[in-house]
Design a binder for this molecule. Structure first.
Ligand SMILES: [Fe+2]
Ligand SMILES: [Fe+2]
Length: 151
């Protein structure tokens, strides 16, 4: 692989990951809004979808995105640590939702709105801070084929 194609490949990969993360964010927030306006009998299925998509999304990010970014410097490592704490916070909410009693609709709605706000704030910070950092990586931390180190 030439230096140019290696470089282009890394940029394309970073751009693909960015798009995937952004698309996930849009889809998950759309599901949250559906839940809040859905009739009671379809809510359970929407909750299941949200839990499933959030779990898959967090796993993808933790495997593909955060690991690369955290190795790039102190600022990036702190951003990733912050993001992981936010994942833990949302995962705790997901656990609560899975174990919630289904008989108090109002409490569940309030919990759900809180969770949506927490998730949304995380997505906004991620798109503002982490996704640009993912693309920066592709522009300079790629060893050249001649072994000269970073571009
Ligand atoms: Fe995340
Ligand atoms: Fe995300």
């Amino acid at each position: 692989m030439t230096q140019h194609t290696h470089f282009a490949w890394a940029l394309q990969t970073a751009a693909r990951i960015r798009k995937m993360v952004r698309d996930d964010h849009r889809n998950i927030l759309t599901l949250f809004r559906h839940y809040l306006s859905a009739p009671a009998d379809s809510r359970h299925a929407i909750v299941e979808q949200i839990l499933h998509q959030l779990a898959a999304h967090f796993q993808t990010e933790e495997e593909l995105l955060y690991g690369d970014i955290r190795n790039r410097g102190d600022r990036q490592r702190r951003m990733v640590e912050e993001a992981l704490l936010e994942h833990e916070e949302v995962k705790a909410m997901m656990w609560e939702l899975q174990h919630a009693e289904a008989d108090d609709d109002r409490a569940l709605d309030e919990f759900f709105e809180d969770m949506m706000q927490t998730v949304q704030a995380h997505f906004v910070a991620e798109e503002r801070d982490l996704l640009p950092a993912a693309l920066e990586k592709a522009t300079y931390h790629i060893p050249s084929p001649e072994g000269r180190g970073d571009l």
